[in-house]
Design a binder for this molecule. Structure first.
Ligand SMILES: [Zn+2]
Length: 149
């Protein structure tokens, strides 16, 4: 079984990515989590703080403080999720590399371009009517790339 995955998040120091929103879709079942921040936003250095504010206002539009699931649960959530999965598809190299760190099955990269367009989110966590939603993205990617064969 194939699984399409998307993550939206923030950058912290040392170019490290942290997940805010995670979604996965295998054609029939869907998984969606929004993770708690690992530390208060004010602890980010000013350049990364600016970038985070931009993402919150213009991109995924999920507040830094949103979410209920502790971030350190991501690995175990992911392991359970891929139990019966043969391979994973992720859009973009950076996200694919991130998912590879947690995956025991092959991770295939879907070309980064064309980038996702802002659209109506499918979940309640976004403050903008037009934004990037990981849940919307996995349905979009599955329909676009997995339905072809
Ligand atoms: Zn969403």
């Amino acid at each position: 079984m194939k699984l399409v995955v998307d993550v939206q998040g923030f950058k912290i120091e040392n170019n490290k990515f942290i997940v805010k929103e995670f979604a996965a879709f295998n054609g029939s079942q869907v998984c969606h989590y929004v993770f708690k921040p690992p530390f208060p936003l004010r602890m980010l250095p000013s350049d990364l703080h600016k970038q985070a504010t931009w993402l919150m206002n213009n991109h995924h539009a999920i507040d830094w403080n949103n979410g209920y699931t502790p971030l350190h649960h991501f690995g175990s959530i992911f392991q359970k999720l891929i139990k019966d999965i043969d391979c994973i598809y992720v859009k973009g190299m950076e996200k694919a590399n991130y998912i590879k760190k947690f995956s025991t099955v092959p991770v295939y990269e879907i070309d980064e371009q064309p980038a996702f367009e802002l659209g109506e989110p499918l979940c309640f966590y976004h403050k903008n009517n037009k934004c990037i939603c990981a849940l919307s993205n996995v349905y979009f990617l599955y329909n676009k790339y997995m339905m072809q064969n």
